[in-house]
Ligand binder design. Structure first.
Ligand SMILES: Nc1ncnc2c1ncn2[C@@H]1O[C@H](COP(=O)(O)OP(=O)(O)O)[C@@H](O)[C@H]1O
Ligand SMILES: [Mg+2]
Length: 437
């Protein structure tokens, strides 16, 4: 797999990291092969020889994430994501590494951009993979949450603009390199203490340069439902970069309103394992954007769930739906509630912000803005320079990431991650032991 550099239009924030990622990965593999013993592979490099584990951050979809600091002269803070091998059946029988771990490793070793999380190294040890990333102090979920405490106070408009610009730069880089992220949501958008945005969690990311491969088969869960594009809800089997742009539109809306814009409830798969129509999620979108129409979305009538969409109308009073889109009404009340005005301390994303939002939350994926087009939108080109530090000029500090000491033994403790919606597994944390650094 070889990747191209991002186009120069990716803006002043783009910076090329010429790392020796490939080499360090190769070295790790070579070491493992060198020290092969009858019982299997072991690696010479051991996580605990290189890092001190400071605590536990999160139990995610496929494994656990720990905070660590470098040792023996290695400086800096790191997040170590531990993947355990897939197991089969009741008796432990290793079948190999999860597809997600392999994808994330393959992609992360090759990707290098200021707005994509930086992989430090990969260590193989005792049938586990440890992916070592640079540590990021914040993420967008945590920042949004902070702005709802103790009462709601808007994220300053300049900060939202910097976040969006950096996010789109990172996404343009991924899309230029044929990578779809497919799970963009606030928890996966990392923010460093110096205000740099890093797109993280490439566990669901896929290359899309082989368009004949249906990206639908095999994956039970793709993209957290609140950020799921309408074409996926309508049963589309082929993914395009437009699915990521829809999610970015949802994140933009959430940064401004501090609530998910389309907060639907996921319909679970039935016993026959048929994938259900996500009626409730579609309804949430329709309530704000109006019903999608064949005239403005030509592909609509031939989508697998089109008949289901018709039944949405039958079950409700026609007056329940706005004739057209009410996104502008939603946006205006969001500005009002957030205190976004040109004279307020929060500033305002203004009419350009609405125009950008409406073009990202466009039903027809073919008409939806691309990352490149979005970066050229007046929301970014008007209104002066954009800082590469989203916290620039912001008063007050955001709280540090929560790190617990319950389970900071990276060797043991952890059960293999179970597939879940990406929320931290709070059942594994005891509140009393949560440390605020
Ligand atoms: N580089 C990092 N620095 C600090 N925290 C991180 C880092 N990467 C991930 N995390 C934290 O761990 C959580 C889970 O990691 P993520 O890569 O999203 O894996 P999953 O596939 O389990 O969701 C994130 O939501 C974030 O809170
Ligand atoms: Mg995640």
């Amino acid at each position: 797999m070889s990747l191209t550099n991002p186009p120069s239009s990716s803006g002043s924030l783009s910076r090329t990291r010429v790392g020796n990622l490939k080499r360090s990965h190769q070295a790790t593999v070579d070491d493992a092969i060198e020290s092969r013993r009858p019982g299997g592979y072991t690696s010479k490099v051991r996580v605990r020889d290189r890092y001190n584990i400071v605590g536990f951050i999160s139990s995610g979809t496929y494994g656990r994430v720990y905070k660590a600091v470098g040792k023996n002269g290695k400086k800096g803070e790191f997040a170590i994501k531990k993947f355990k091998p897939d197991k089969e059946g009741e008796t432990i029988q290793y079948t190999g590494l999860s597809q997600s771990a392999i994808r994330e490793m393959a992609l992360c070793t090759e990707l290098s951009h200021a707005n994509v999380v930086q992989l430090e190294e990969i260590i193989l040890e005792d049938k586990c993979i440890f992916m070592v990333f640079e540590y990021t102090e914040h993420d967008l979920l945590q920042i949004i949450h902070h702005h709802t405490q103790p009462q709601r106070h808007a994220i300053p408009a300049t900060m939202v603009r910097s976040i969006m610009f950096q996010l789109l730069n990172g996404l343009l880089y991924l899309h230029t390199n044929w990578v779809l992220h497919r799970d963009l949501k606030p928890a996966n958008i990392l923010v460093t203490s110096s205000g740099a945005i890093r797109i993280g969690d490439l566990g669901l990311a896929r290359l899309f340069y082989k368009p004949l491969n249906s990206l639908f088969s095999g994956d039970k869960v793709v993209v957290t439902i609140w950020y799921r594009a309408p074409e996926l809800l309508m049963g589309s089997r082929h993914y395009t970069p437009a699915v990521d742009m829809w999610a970015i539109g949802c994140i933009f809306a959430e940064l401004l309103s501090l609530r998910p814009i389309f907060k639907g409830e996921e319909a679970k798969m039935d016993s026959k394992k048929t994938v259900p129509f996500q009626r409730n999620q579609m309804m949430k979108i329709v309530e704000i954007l109006g019903l999608p129409r064949k005239e403005s979305w030509p592909g609509l009538a031939s989508m697998p769930e089109y008949s289901q969409l018709q039944t949405l109308v039958l079950h409700r009073q026609p007056s329940h739906f706005h004739r057209g889109s009410n996104l502008e009404g939603w946006y205006q009340s969001c500005l009002k509630n957030g205190g976004y005005t040109s004279t307020s301390s929060a500033g305002t994303p203004g009419a350009d912000g609405f125009d950008l939002l409406s073009r990202m939350l466009e039903y027809d994926p073919a008409k939806r803005l691309t990352a490149e087009q979005a970066l050229e939108h007046p929301y970014f080109t008007n209104g002066g320079p954009i800082s590469g530090n989203c916290f620039e000029g912001i008063e007050g500090k955001y709280p540090h990431r929560r790190v617990t000491q319950d389970d900071n033994d990276i060797r043991t403790g952890s059960l293999p991650g179970t597939k879940r919606s990406g929320l931290p597994d709070d059942s594994l944390m005891r509140a009393s032991k949560r440390l605020k650094e």
